[in-house]
Write a protein that binds this ligand. Structure first.
Ligand code: CU
Length: 112
């Protein structure tokens, strides 16, 4: 019994660092320079659904969402964000993935 305990101690000591390395590290705060940071994307409004707070945007590549250029639907975090937008408007917006839903957190018109 006692001999087994003594045998285990060095083993635990050796495995300690290996086990510690498997603990997930906290996610580092994304810096502004990081390509994973939610940057603003250029796009063009294709459709607006004010009642449901949705907007269809033909957008440029979105690096932080790993998305090529395409036209797609977004949900506006606040439907009021869509006030004043018209189909055909060139926009600059920030989109994030919230549990699989692509949400626009800000959007503004840019000069045509
Ligand atoms: Cu897309």
């Amino acid at each position: 019994m006692r001999r087994e305990i003594l045998w285990c101690l060095p083993l635990l000591w050796m495995m300690g660092p290996a086990l510690a390395q498997q603990v997930p590290r906290p996610v580092e705060a994304a810096s502004a320079a990081s390509p994973a940071a939610p940057a603003r994307t250029i796009g063009e409004v294709r459709r607006i659904d004010l009642a449901n707070g949705r907007v269809t945007v033909r957008h440029a590549e979105i690096a932080h969402l790993n998305m090529p250029a395409m036209a797609m639907d977004f949900v506006a975090r606040d439907p009021a964000l869509l006030n004043g937008l018209k189909v055909g408007d060139k926009v600059r917006f920030v989109a994030i993935d919230e549990g699989g839903t692509l949400v626009i957190t800000r959007i503004e018109r840019v000069g045509n």
